[in-house]
Write a protein that binds this ligand. Structure first.
Ligand SMILES: Cc1cc2nc3c(=O)[nH]c(=O)nc-3n(C[C@H](O)[C@H](O)[C@H](O)COP(=O)(O)OP(=O)(O)OC[C@H]3O[C@@H](n4cnc5c(N)ncnc54)[C@H](O)[C@@H]3O)c2cc1C
Length: 611
């Protein structure tokens, strides 16, 4: 791995991508006079965009961080929410519902857009606006959600039944698009696409076709050597029956034994390319590099060598997807909180609505959302048990500001809270500090047409040799006047996912995350662009694809702190205990990398305020 220093990291995350042809036109420089007025349409480095984490990192890394002279805004609120993700927005919704529309609420977030991980990406391709998502993707089993969440959906106008028809389940079959594997020349000696995914990762995409050819045919088509091919076939034909353990102890065995030990010990795999395929086969389903998984975790994550099982059944299909992913829910919540922000009465009608970001923070409105504002200090004014108010300091445009509130919900990353709320009991601070998040990159690619995908039969490709370990055609959802592409000569979005690990196999998970984060944030846009260029150019037939001709735009959504990964033992429960006038939300406090859980935590945090 190339050495990346902390200095590079800070600079990297704040540096603009001046060299990029595709991004420079649309992304204003951080700190420049030119302010983005409509963040979803920005391309280039998004997700945690350049500058978003500067003050949070300064706060976390320097015990004696000084935000400078504090500007007292004189603003006083009933509730301040730290974090405008789904959890924070749900908390504000719940407070407003409980205390009425005149309750004074301020929501602060360090990003230039609301929604947190629920991020909307727009691409303008040949004059047509194509909508996609840069993070939180789909509502998981929302019809099984708690009554309070179903009420929230009703209140903000999310009609779950609409997804039954909005998601075109026959799209992939109709166009002959299946799950495939792309072997790149860099790691496998030659560029080759095989019509077989060699794992179960693809299975959550409703209607996506699986392997088009048999295991034997597929293995023979791989660019692996003879030995590698034989081992790959053995893995595909393997499974739990190959374990030499009595059936009654098998369940305990797979919970406690390592997946890679099973591959190497039980199945005798030593071919580095087969192990590379295994390592990259579970991607974000496991939130860890596969060599760290138990056999059971690997099986549940759809890793190489386990028979495909349908991930979601017909009653709870994985179709509750807005064209902008869960940003559709975030927008509906913001519309509930600030009705003048956009035209439309249902979440569906908001899909194509323009949001006027100037409406977010107006002095004459009871609810305000203040973006680009990193909270660096929250403290009770007096003794925790008897104080009447809490002061909240945040940095915006380089200046520290202060507001006061009767209550605060911390809906931000839980591991950050001890750095902000200094008077937490030590045990609670330690517990919060143990809540982890895995790094992830979701790149959306605006393509002028998808003729090459159609021609190659690629609905999804596993790419074990690439930084983006998988890519797929965006979900076929048409909703609220928005129409998904219906023919290969039309523009579309390709989603590319990278779940970065350490170069060094077997390192503990935390260390792999740290190393991957440094790499992710140290890379410039041009580095990502170069990977996307090589990836697609190597994979797609040159007759139908030319990168410079066919790619309109690229948005790289970097999430240095992505999926919630629960800390040890009872640390989650200990960490989320109310602290005086401050309560704790975010998906970390559930713990679950899940939109519904995140919103539930927002509702719980408000209940605790009024308890
Ligand atoms: C790439 C990706 C894909 C995902 N896909 C799915 C999916 O398909 N389905 C699903 O259910 N879940 C998915 N998730 C999980 C996702 O975390 C949840 O769905 C949900 O969006 C989490 O919401 P949240 O409010 O808890 O956290 P976040 O969305 O992280 O919101 C917290 C906000 O607080 C802000 N913040 C942090 N510190 C400060 C500070 N000091 N001052 C001000 N603001 C601060 C953060 O920047 C962020 O904007 C995905 C997550 C990622 C990263």
């Amino acid at each position: 791995m190339s050495k990346i220093t902390r200095r590079d990291f800070v600079n990297g995350s704040a540096t603009l991508i001046a060299t990029s042809v595709l991004s420079s036109a649309q992304t204003p420089a951080f700190g420049s006079e030119e302010k983005p007025t409509y963040p979803p349409s920005l391309t280039g480095l998004r997700g945690s965009h350049p500058g978003a984490n500067t003050y949070a990192h300064r706060r976390a890394w320097n015990a004696d961080f000084d935000a400078g002279a504090i500007h007292d805004t004189g603003e006083d609120y009933d509730l301040v929410v730290v974090g405008a993700g789904l959890s924070g927005l749900a908390a504000a919704y719940s407070y407003r519902r409980q205390f009425g529309p005149r309750a004074k609420i301020l929501i602060l977030d360090n990003h230039d857009d609301f929604g947190g991980h629920a991020k909307r990406n727009e691409h303008l391709i040949n004059g047509k606006k194509i909508i996609s998502y840069g993070g939180s993707q789909t509502l998981v089993e929302p019809r099984l959600a708690a009554p309070a969440i179903r009420t929230l959906f009703e209140d903000v106008g999310v009609d779950l039944c609409r997804f039954d028809t909005a998601f075109d389940k026959g799209f992939y079959k109709k166009h002959g698009l299946g799950a495939t594997t792309y072997f790149n020349a860099e790691h496998f000696g030659q560029d080759r696409v095989v019509q077989h995914p060699f794992c179960n990762y693809y299975n959550y995409i409703v209607g996506l076709q699986g392997a088009a050819i048999s295991n034997e045919e597929a293995v023979a088509q791989t660019p692996l050597g003879e030995r590698g091919q034989a081992q790959l076939l053995k893995v595909l034909q393997g499974g739990l029956h190959s374990l030499n353990v009595p059936p009654e102890t098998r369940s305990d065995y797979i919970k406690s034994h390592n997946y890679f030990d099973y591959l190497t010990g039980t199945l005798g795999v030593d071919d580095p390319q087969v192990l590379r395929m295994a390592r990259n086969s579970a991607i974000d389903w496991s939130s860890a590099s596969a060599e760290l998984l138990t056999i059971e975790q690997a099986m549940k994550s759809g890793a190489l060598g386990f028979a495909p099982v349908t991930s979601y059944n017909d009653e709870q299909p994985y179709v509750h997807h807005f064209p902008d992913g869960n940003a559709g829910v975030a927008r509906a919540l913001v519309k509930y909180l600030i009705p003048d922000i956009a035209e439309g009465n249902t979440a569906e009608s908001l899909v194509t609505a323009h949001f006027d970001y100037r409406e977010l923070d107006q002095a004459d409105r009871p609810t305000r959302v203040r973006l680009n504002s990193t909270v660096v200090d929250v403290h009770h004014n007096g003794d925790v048990d008897s104080a009447d108010t809490v002061s909240i300091r945040y940095v915006r445009d380089g200046t520290a500001h202060e507001v006061t509130a009767a209550h605060v919900v911390m809906a931000c990353y839980n591991m950050m809270i001890p750095h902000i709320v200094a008077d937490l009991p030590e045990r609670q601070a330690t517990a919060l500090g143990q809540q982890l998040k895995s790094p992830l990159v979701y790149t959306t690619l605006g393509l002028k047409n998808w003729k090459a995908f159609k021609e190659a039969g690629i609905g999804l490709a596993m790419s074990p040799g690439n930084m983006h370990q998988t890519l797929f055609m965006d979900f076929p959802v048409s909703l609220g006047g928005y129409r998904y592409t219906s023919a290969p000569d039309q523009p579309c979005i390709i989603q590319m996912i990278s779940c970065p690990y350490s170069e060094e196999w077997g390192k503990p998970r935390n260390e792999q995350y740290r190393e991957a984060r440094y790499q992710m944030l140290g890379r410039q846009f041009a580095d990502y662009e170069s990977e996307v260029r090589q990836h697609l150019s190597g994979m797609l037939p040159p007759k139908y694809f030319d990168f410079d001709r066919d790619v309109a735009s690229i948005t790289v959504n970097r999430w240095a702190h992505g999926y919630t990964v629960a800390g040890p033992g009872s640390s989650v429960r200990l960490g989320r205990v109310p602290h005086g006038r401050i309560t704790i939300a975010n998906s970390d406090s559930a713990p679950a990398a899940d939109a519904i859980a995140a919103m539930e935590m927002g509702l719980r945090a408000v209940e605790e305020l009024s308890a």
